[in-house]
Design a protein around this ligand. Structure first.
Ligand code: CO
Length: 219
């Protein structure tokens, strides 16, 4: 066990040194304040780490992750991180990032029994059930799952846009935009789902148009 910890501590020392070799003031500057432009809401999956995927250094992206990148109206944890990001840090862009091949979305889709987490994944099953008629028109189960991964992102962007935190920020004229993105594990590429939201006008029509585009690609 201690060997594993020694390995991690050694890795950390090497990383810290390499950053300091590049910029000797990096950590002292960062210790004074954080000023990230971006807030990432993503899946807890070990393969989908925000900074590395975006090529950003510590201090450049504020992060909240949970299984299947879900934004629940009553999740005090997620809402608290959001409120801090918007009201205090004043991030300019909020990225909801899903990924293809998501284990949480897959379990939700197939009703896989995993334990307590099935209660959390009910939120993803609500997304599945909301779009069940259109999902059923897709013959290939792998493509159904890809569409559900994307639909889950759009749903969470909509949920974010309907929080009091976003409504209040936009009402006072704060410039902050929500984006839905999806990441490919197989190629490391992020794709926009083209649903930028920077006002609370026409939220539902933005959402519906983005959903239509997903299914248009199946036609
Ligand atoms: Co996932």
């Amino acid at each position: 066990m201690s060997n594993h910890l020694d390995f991690l501590l050694e890795q950390n020392r090497r990383w810290s040194q390499s950053v300091k070799d590049h910029d000797s003031h990096f950590f002292s500057n960062l210790a004074a304040q954080q000023n990230p432009k971006y807030f990432w809401i993503g899946c807890a999956d070990s393969r989908v780490s925000a900074n590395e995927i975006l090529g950003l250094l510590p201090g450049e992206v504020f992060v909240h992750r949970n299984v299947a990148n879900v934004v629940v109206h009553s999740d005090l944890n997620c809402l608290s991180v959001l409120q801090y990001a918007v009201d205090v840090l004043r991030v300019q862009h909020i990225l909801v990032v899903g990924h293809y091949g998501c284990g949480g979305v897959n379990a939700a889709f197939h009703n896989t029994r995993l334990g307590l987490i099935n209660n959390w994944l009910r939120h993803v099953q609500d997304v599945r059930d909301k779009h069940r008629i259109r999902l059923a028109t897709i013959a290939d189960p792998a493509r159904q799952l890809d569409r559900l991964c994307e639909l889950n992102v759009l749903e969470q962007v909509l949920n974010l846009s309907e929080t009091t935190i976003m409504h209040d920020a936009w009402a006072r004229g704060q410039e902050v935009t929500l984006h839905g993105l999806i990441y490919g594990l197989e190629d490391g590429i992020l794709h926009s789902l083209n649903m930028p939201i920077s006002t609370d006008n026409e939220l539902l029509s933005c959402y519906e148009a983005a959903v239509d585009r997903l299914f248009a690609s199946e036609a």
